[in-house]
Every structure is written in structure tokens, then in C-alpha cells.
Write a protein that binds this ligand. Structure first.
Ligand SMILES: [Zn+2]
Length: 345
């Protein structure tokens, strides 16, 4: 397979990034030429795929994330790139990494769940694979994919929230990915919602993701089951009666059956989600929130309460346009699709 256009300028020097239209606006040639590889590096798995300019994944594979060695992680990324590029003619690699990335899209400044500390990941992978490489925050890559090809198509200003164990977030403003001056903006999960609240992995107390996440859902459900086991019978049946074994999917499954206790837990998490979205609206005024991640499997059982609280707590509510709140469309491939697309700019 050949490259279908002139090779774009090296992405390595592409900072600051120009505004890029999404698919609904029509595509400049540069955006669609040839194939790139996206690699999504999380705490447990490395997922990679060959992606075309329309966001279609032509081939994908995954590996476990190797232990605590940054060298082994770089080797694993190089291995998956080599395997995919043996079958496809690719010209660049985008890495979405679970960590803080510098403004040059080259170094992982810090990664809470991986061994990276000021790691020059871009150069390490580029030296191994011989292709241009960019590194992005994984939640930013996910937001970019939803903006370009998913639930954010046709919008210019959106917030994408990946509600999993914590909150991953990415922000698109005026068709540009918002990174902040140092590359580590858009970490909305660490907005302080409750002074003196639950301890967060970032070292602070009371961050949003401690209240609007899978971790919060499980904490609520276990607390409820411990306080009143009779009220939690349906949820506990899903976990075999083990309070400490209760998981987020157990709560969602029970809520889908109409279990009042599970619905209460999801409603509370949804309310916290909506509360934070209202605060973000005060700053960003987006026209759409895209909600993904494992907790979003609950669909309207989560989004309904989120929308309600969002509407109630929005500054000037009742006197301004309301943003839409929708479920993400691209699932767990969004990270690699977005990383592959960001390698093009
Ligand atoms: Zn935090």
C-alpha cells in the first residue's frame, strides 16, 4: 500500500498546533493522506492500531503493559509498531499515554500508574522505529477522536469525560485541543470539589474524580451494603454476597433491573458529574459534553441525573443555552484512533 499524497511536514516541529476542522467541515488533504499508527498505553495494556485519515482502524493488536521498566514499555511500543508496519505502509506514530505530557508532545513528565518520570518517550520510540512520533495524553487523544470522528462531530467546543476508575478529560476549544501552557491542562478530574474530602491519587483531597467515577460508585455501593445489607440484596447477589467484591458493573447491572439501592448510587455519582460539568460550563461554555468510560455503560441511568444536576447548578440556569450531554461513540479504541490522528498534525 502506498502513501496517497505528499509526505506532510514533520509533526515533530508542529507546535503550536493550528486549528483543525473536524470531519463535518471537510478535510484538507494533509489530514487524510496515508496511514498512521496509534498506540494507547495504559497501566495494564498497550493497544495499537493502523488508522486511516477517516479514523477507520484497519488492524489492531494489544499487549500487556510490561511491569515497571520504562525501557520495556518503549520496547513493547516499538514491537507493536514493527508488527503493524510490516503489513501496512505507515508514515507516523501517535502515542496516547496515561500521564502528563509536555507541551512539545515529547516527554512524559509524570505517570501515576507507570514508571515514567520525565521520560523522553518520543525520542526513545522514534529511535527504535525510525518514524516521526508524537506523544499525547491518553484522555486528550480520546477527546480528539470523539471530536473528529465520534460523538463530537460538527462541534467546535466540547468537553470529553472518560468516567472510569477516575475521570480522564480532554477539551476542544474552537477546533483545537486545549493543552495549557505546559501541556498538562484539561485535568478536570482534579478540580477540587470538596475541601478536606476524599484523598486523591494526585496528593490533594476532594478532587472531582473522587466523587464522579467508578471508584466513587463502588465506594458508595459498599458503604450502603455495609450499612444496610438487606437493601443491597440485588447488588450483593451480583457479587456473590461479598461486599468487598462489589464492582461498578455489579452496581450497573442491579440498577438496570430497577434495584433502588443501585439506582441511588448511580444517581449520586451522576449528580456529582453534573455539578462539575456546570462549573466547567462557567469557564468553557462548551456546546457538548461527551461522556465515555466504563461507568457510562449505565447510559441514561448516569446521564439523566447528571443532566438534571447540570441544569440546576449551571450559573444563570434557565437564562442561557444548555449544552448537550451525550454518550461517547468510539468505545475503547478512541485513544488509539485519536493518537493516530494527532500524529498527522
Ligand atoms: Zn486529584
Amino acid at each position: 500500500m502506498s502513501i496517497t499524497g505528499p509526505l506532510p511536514a514533520s509533526p515533530l516541529s508542529a507546535s503550536p498546533l493550528p486549528p483543525v476542522p473536524n470531519a463535518a467541515d471537510g478535510e484538507p488533504d494533509r489530514r487524510t493522506a496515508g496511514l498512521t499508527i496509534g498506540v494507547d498505553v495504559g497501566g495494564t495494556k498497550v493497544a495499537a492500531g493502523v488508522v486511516d485519515g477517516a479514523g477507520t482502524v484497519l488492524a489492531a493488536l494489544r499487549r500487556p503493559t510490561p511491569g515497571h521498566s520504562s525501557v520495556e514499555v518503549a520496547n513493547t511500543i516499538a514491537d507493536v509498531v514493527a508488527e503493524l508496519s510490516a503489513a501496512y505502509d505507515v508514515w507516523a506514530v501517535g502515542i496516547g499515554a496515561a500521564g502528563w505530557i509536555d507541551a512539545d508532545r515529547s516527554r512524559v513528565i509524570f505517570a501515576p500508574n507507570l514508571a515514567w518520570r520525565n521520560e523522553p518517550l518520543r525520542d526513545e520510540v522514534r529511535d527504535r522505529v525510525g518514524l516521526p512520533v508524537v506523544v499525547e495524553n491518553d484522555a486528550n487523544a480520546t477527546a480528539w477522536a470523539e471530536y473528529r470522528f465520534g460523538a463530537g462531530r460538527g462541534r467546535r467546543d466540547l468537553v470529553c469525560l472518560t468516567v472510569g476508575t477516575g475521570i480522564g478529560s480532554g477539551i476542544v476549544v474552537g477546533g483545537e485541543l486545549f493543552r495549557g501552557a505546559f501541556g498538562i491542562g484539561a485535568e478536570t478530574g482534579h478540580m477540587r470539589m470538596v475541601p478536606g474530602g476524599h484523598l486523591c491519587g494526585c496528593g490533594n483531597h476532594g478532587c472531582w474524580e473522587q466523587y464522579a467515577s467508578g471508584r466513587a460508585l463502588v465506594r458508595l455501593a459498599r458503604q450502603l451494603a455495609a450499612d444496610d445489607p438487606a437493601a443491597a440484596t440485588v447488588m450483593l447477589a451480583a457479587s456473590g454476597g461479598d461486599i468487598d467484591g462489589l464492582t461498578g458493573p455489579d452496581v450497573t447491572e442491579a440498577a438496570r433491573k430497577g434495584d433502588p439501592a443501585a439506582l441511588r448510587c448511580l444517581t449520586e455519582v451522576g449528580h456529582w458529574l453534573g455539578e462539575g460539568m456546570a462549573s466547567l460550563a462557567a469557564v468553557l461554555d462548551p456546546d457538548r459534553y461527551v461522556i465515555g468510560g466504563g461507568v457510562s455503560d449505565a447510559g441514561e441511568l448516569l446521564l439523566g441525573p447528571a443532566r438534571d444536576r447540570f441544569a440546576e447548578t449551571m450559573p444563570g440556569h434557565g437564562h442561557r443555552p444548555m449544552a448537550e450531554v451525550v454518550i461517547a461513540e468510539l468505545g475503547n479504541q478512541a485513544g488509539l484512533v485519536g493518537a493516530a490522528d494527532l500524529a498527522r498534525i
